[in-house]
Design a protein around this ligand. Structure first.
Ligand SMILES: [Zn+2]
Length: 584
């Protein structure tokens, strides 16, 4: 039996600003004195060597020069990277009780190519035009149809001309963002410096003089088009560099009498910067594995049933590895152990023994989905985020565990490795782990049985409330509820079908009741390390809910990561390649 923080947090909303990426450590400054404060990511990397910062700047003018220089160095580094970029957007409408609430939503997932021009290859669209450079002219970019490229553009202030010829910089003040002391500057485009220039504020950290946050928009605004406002955050995940990680965008005015038609809020997340390098490491790792003797050979030859299970294991391993390579599945980590503990609780109390162990992994994407392949259960980051407590997590996992127990996951076609050979962008076209409606119903029935006999049986009220809230919000959140690999929570008409039997019992859903938290906003549970894709639980103190508008179930909220400097031994950084760590 586990005691998990979720139980304590069950009736308390996780705050909106909880995406701190690293533990707070400040020992770095001592080490920085003995070495150039800016280092290469690795000797073998194709990124050009950044010029080390020589002496501390004496004036704000020099700080600006260094910040401009560092911005161009960052662009050079990222030229060899193709991180994933995900944008989830909620269009808003006014609600008398809850303020601005989602009326519909959109979802984009793609791979950024930061080479010559910013390009975005989409995971979701089969439309070839997505493959082409979407950065035609600025006028086309930020129209009402939310070109996804528009959101990923905001990772830099100005890719082309970020310099003193095009911009004026005005020093404002010093300010701490998390643990990091920053110089704050207002940035304005010079007169007649061209269209689509950055207009806003930058925060420059005071050791290596990298930009760590950008907040503003682009100007001048072209006719019939919008430039979105953005708040763009970077994280210090490798020595000397701050990598774009989160962008929050919001438009709309809900004050009385406003005629603003465009109203939305959107979260853009970037991760998978180190995916290419991971693949190279795997090549080296396989040599070590080959040299290990297979002890099991001496024991016995496999029986036909054992061979069948071995074959299924191979299929499962292939799929898990391929999803990891595509940047869709987090590497194994501590969150998996939490998930597996819940699975074990369900299995032990139901006396279930399986010939192969059950594993649980985290999908890195936002849409609420689960799927299982072989004995591996995957659950999306977005779904974990919105679950209010452990019993709801048990409900979600029990459904996939039921598929495993009922033998629904026998498709072993992925044991043939040629079926893994496709581009990362084509993952969603090549993989799919959907079950038939009959299997879904059978899994729900079995899951209910598992839950009833489990330690969660007395806590099904919160599960009931979660499903009621999901059912109520589902019509407005179809993009969030569209699964890409597994089955949907909802049916054709947007009605909730997954585990719907649990909705018939339990308390009434009372949106106005402040102590009833049926579902959480997105982003409150898990944080992803954008460099190596490791996930960990957010460590946030509960924040008191003051009005019903604070609940924001399933909604996106601004990012406010607690910034810290890279620290070689920190838990999120230990899995990056050894050569990215500072020399001691
Ligand atoms: Zn299912």
């Amino acid at each position: 039996m586990i005691t998990w923080k979720w139980i304590l947090a069950a009736s308390l909303l996780i705050p909106v600003s909880t995406l701190a990426q690293q533990k707070s450590h400040q020992e770095n400054s001592a080490a920085a004195d003995q070495q150039p404060s800016v280092q290469l990511v690795s000797a073998s990397d194709s990124a050009p060597a950044p010029a080390p910062v020589k002496a501390a700047p004496a004036t704000m003018d020099q700080v600006v020069n260094l910040a401009i220089q560092r911005e161009h160095t960052l662009m050079s580094l990222l030229r060899t990277r193709t991180p994933l970029v995900e944008t989830y957007l909620q269009n808003l409408q006014r609600d008398p009780q809850f303020g601005a609430v989602p009326k519909d939503d959109r979802y984009f997932l793609g791979r950024l190519d930061l080479a010559a021009s910013v390009e975005r290859r989409d995971y979701l669209s089969k439309d070839e035009s997505f493959e082409k450079n979407l950065l035609g002219g600025f006028g086309k970019l930020f129209k009402m149809e939310y070109n996804p490229m528009g959101f990923s553009w905001m990772i830099f202030a100005d890719r082309e001309d970020f310099d003193r010829n095009h911009y004026d910089f005005k020093y404002i003040r010093r300010e701490f963002l998390g643990d990091v002391r920053c110089f704050v500057f207002d940035v304005t485009p010079k007169k007649d410096s061209g269209k689509g220039r950055f207009l806003g504020r930058i925060w420059v950290e005071d050791e290596d003089f990298n930009i760590v946050r950008l907040n503003g928009t682009y100007a001048p605004r072209p006719k019939n088009a919008y430039f979105f406002h953005m708040d763009s955050w970077r994280l210090n995940l490798i020595p000397g560099y701050w990598l774009p990680a989160y962008i929050y965008s919001e438009e709309g005015d809900f004050s009385y009498g406003s005629k603003d038609k465009l109203a939305f809020k959107a979260q853009t997340r970037i991760w998978g910067y180190d995916l290419k390098k991971k693949a190279q490491e795997n090549e080296l790792a396989s040599i070590t594995v080959d040299s290990v003797k297979d002890e099991s050979v001496a024991a016995a030859d496999p029986s036909p049933l054992e061979a069948q299970r071995e074959w299924q294991q191979q299929a499962e391993d292939n799929v898990v590895e391929r999803l990891h390579e595509a940047g869709l599945l987090a590497p194994p980590g501590d969150v998996d152990k939490i998930l597996q503990t819940v699975v074990n609780n369900l299995m032990v109390t139901n006396n279930i023994e399986l010939p192969r162990p059950v594993h649980a992994r985290v999908m890195l994407t936002s849409p609420l989905e689960t799927f299982s392949v072989g004995n591996t259960i995957a659950i999306s980051r977005g779904l974990i985020d919105v679950l209010p407590d452990e019993s709801c997590l048990a409900m979600v996992l029990s459904h996939e565990l039921a598929h495993i127990i009922l033998g629904h996951n026998l498709g072993s076609k992925f044991a043939f490795t040629d079926r893994m050979l496709f581009s990362d962008q084509a993952t969603y076209q090549n993989f799919g782990f959907k079950h038939s409606p009959e299997e879904e119903a059978a899994a729900d029935a079995k899951a209910l049985e598992l839950l009833k006999k489990s330690p969660y049986t007395n806590k099904l009220d919160s599960v009931s409330l979660f499903l009621k809230e999901l059912s109520k919000r589902a019509p407005e959140l179809s993009a969030l509820l569209t699964p890409h690999l597994g089955n949907s929570f909802t049916g054709d008409k947007g009605q909730l079908i997954r585990m719907s039997a649990l909705m018939t019992s339990g308390p009434e859903l009372s949106p106005g009741k402040l102590d009833q938290i049926a579902a959480l906003p997105l982003g409150g549970r898990l944080k992803v390390n954008p460099w190596d894709d490791q996930v960990e639980m957010v460590k946030a103190a509960p924040v008191m809910i003051i009005s019903a508008r604070d609940k924001m179930p399933f909604e996106v909220t601004p990012f406010f990561p607690h910034l810290t400097r890279f620290e070689g031994g920190s838990s999120v950084a230990t899995t990056t390649a050894a050569n990215t760590q500072p020399k001691k």
